[in-house]
Design a protein around this ligand. Structure first.
Ligand SMILES: Nc1nc2c(ncn2[C@@H]2O[C@H](COP(=O)(O)OP(=O)(O)OP(=O)(O)O)[C@@H](O)[C@H]2O)c(=O)[nH]1
Ligand SMILES: [Mg+2]
Length: 192
């Protein structure tokens, strides 16, 4: 898919954000939704991001540099029940601060499990992204697990909870079959 892909840095403290500014494409979504798998599929690099580790363990913001042209940014997953409240609050603060500090966010891919309705935390996430006025792209993950007829249901859930525009822009995605990866690539290239 892309060549020259490298892991750049895990940002634990926002003073570590890359000094070299390139357009940033952010990948966010609840824990276990398939963010790491998405990164591996979109880059075509199988083991770029770690898949299926203990959920909720990734607290850092991971930057991957692609073709010296843009960054893919892997945000820690939200909504993992076993994470302590104070840590969850810190998560929220870090993400908001990252959005405030970065001047280069070109788009956000918001991953939502196609088998389930978007959660209240997804609604919050979308509101935050809207607040910062950056391009928003919902991605319905794990569609290989859906029957054809369930795709409509999945889009309808999105429409009812995140709105018509979100549903209209949503990309069906599967890291198992590779469905949707060309669409994601197009979105990225269209923004560069
Ligand atoms: N069937 C299917 N399974 C998937 C797909 N994408 C991810 N998975 C599985 O879902 C689980 C979680 O995937 P990850 O990519 O680690 O999810 P994540 O969002 O990075 O999770 P955290 O980092 O814990 O927030 C793993 O067991 C994956 O194999 C997909 O498209 N289809
Ligand atoms: Mg992950």
């Amino acid at each position: 898919m892309f060549s020259n892909i490298k892991y750049l840095i895990s940002v634990h403290n926002l003073s570590q954000l890359p000094k070299v500014k390139l357009p940033e494409f952010v990948v966010c979504g609840r824990s276990n939704v398939g963010k790491s798998s998405f990164l591996n599929t979109v880059t075509g690099k199988k083991n770029l991001a770690l898949v299926g580790q203990t959920p909720g363990k990734t607290r850092a913001i991971n930057f991957f540099e692609i073709e010296n042209k843009f960054y893919l940014v892997d945000l820690p997953g939200f909504g993992y029940a076993k994470v302590q409240k104070t840590e969850r609050e810190q998560w929220g603060k870090n993400i908001v601060q990252y959005f405030e500090l970065s001047e280069s966010i070109a788009g956000v891919f918001h991953l939502i499990d196609s088998r389930h309705e978007p959660t209240p935390l997804d609604v919050k996430m979308k509101e935050m992204i809207n607040f910062f006025n950056v391009s928003y792209f919902p991605v319905l993950t794990k569609v290989d697990k859906l029957k054809r007829s369930e795709r409509n249901r999945s889009k309808n859930d999105l429409k009812n909870i995140l709105g018509e525009e979100a549903a209209g822009n949503a990309v069906f995605f599967s890291s198992l079959t590779g469905e949707g990866k060309q669409e994601i690539k197009k979105i990225i290239l269209g923004k560069l």
